[in-house]
Write a protein that binds this ligand. Structure first.
Ligand code: IMP
Ligand code: MG
Length: 172
């Protein structure tokens, strides 16, 4: 495994993102919606750097593994807070194809949010299946499979404090 972004670099950048959001949403109480499980490291670190009153909720999205529509996304848990007329900030670990965030933006707008913005720790440089331009991006990275700081390979490595590139299949 090769380190792509160190713990120190993440810490510095997440602080900057928190400060930027604090400035942009000054005078409001935004609702942060995190996408589980990838956001388990990023969202709490980000929120500790946001100097505003905030609310938060989580959604769970997974791949549909059945035969009918392979590759389709399923929302296992939707937003439970009332977000009508609220400013929502969607937070995800990584923007890859764009499918997850486009599904979520639709979900948020259907629930009557006033406005929605998107914050991702990582943005992969690639052609997307759905065009999403996030408002807040931690790092733009090459189109490689990354792990750590919430990101997994087959549910492992989420606890690494840095972002690494997985080069070989782990054998344990
Ligand atoms: P999407 O393709 O933009 O819908 O992203 C879907 C999800 O795939 C992300 O929220 C991540 O959980 C996961 N994902 C995409 N790329 C990677 C990666 O390089 N490593 C680990 N998870 C990834
Ligand atoms: Mg995810």
């Amino acid at each position: 495994m090769k380190t792509l972004i160190t713990k120190q670099e993440i810490k510095k950048r997440v602080k900057e993102l928190g400060q930027e959001i604090s400035r942009d949403y000054s005078g409001t109480v935004p609702v942060f919606i995190g996408v589980l499980k990838g956001v388990i490291c990023f969202l709490p670190d980000l929120l500790r750097n946001v100097e505003l009153s905030v609310e938060m909720d989580f959604v769970v999205i997974s791949f549909y593994h059945g035969k009918k529509k392979p590759g389709m996304l399923i929302m296992e848990r939707g937003i439970e807070l009332d977000i009508k007329n609220r400013s929502v900030i969607l937070v995800d670990d990584i923007l890859d194809t764009g499918n997850t965030l486009s599904l979520l933006i639709e979900h948020v707008m259907n629930k009557g949010a006033k406005d929605v913005s998107v914050c991702v720790l990582l943005k992969k440089e690639r052609k997307r299946e759905v065009n999403i331009e996030p408002n807040y991006v931690g790092f733009s990275i090459p189109d490689k499979f990354v792990i750590g700081y919430g990101l997994d390979y087959q549910e492992r490595f989420r606890n690494l404090p840095f972002i690494g590139v997985l080069e070989d299949e782990p054998n344990v």
